[in-house]
Design a protein. Structure first.
Length: 158
């Protein structure tokens, strides 16, 4: 369920604060810093409602569907279709493994690639693994701008 998957995700998802890239200071996604002197790792506060908005605004919905809403060029992101605990790093690794294809599809469809900040990716991961919030996703969540992006055509389409 939502509470258990978020608890697991929050407990195991650590985001590295790279030198020169401070944690989102003052930002609602700042997270909790590890004990002083022990680590530079930050645990993000994952927000599935914000992830739902990002799923649309970043264009994920143009290729991926949730509740039958969205594109069909890529796998559906319905968590309720296969409920299980998930490690957010596994999700990010799977995205990384499919990055060349996703980047090429984004270039073809949008003329550019989609970029994410760490907290944005954390929020999207929270959304695609939150059964309760996913059940609120509907056609009216798609903005007119994103809806027009959904009408992209593939060069090799028949």
């Amino acid at each position: 369920m939502i509470r258990s998957s978020l608890a697991v995700a929050a407990a195991i998802s650590l985001m590295v604060a790279l030198p020169g890239f401070p944690a989102q200071a003052g930002h609602e996604h700042e997270g909790r810093k590890a004990a002083a002197g022990r680590s530079n790792l930050v645990m993000p506060i994952m927000n599935p409602m914000h992830g739902k908005k990002l799923f649309v605004s970043k264009g994920c919905v143009t290729c991926h569907a949730v509740n039958g809403v969205g594109g069909h060029d890529a796998p559906t992101m319905d968590v309720h279709a296969e409920m299980r605990n998930v490690n957010p790093f596994d999700f990010a690794a799977k995205m990384w493994n499919h990055a060349p294809g996703m980047l090429a599809a984004q270039e073809e469809a949008f003329g550019e690639t989609v970029t994410f900040l760490g907290y944005e990716l954390a929020d999207i991961i929270a959304f695609v693994h939150d059964d309760e919030v996913q059940h609120t996703f509907q056609e009216s969540d798609i903005t007119p701008k994103v809806r027009s992006m959904m009408n992209h055509h593939h060069e090799d389409a028949s």
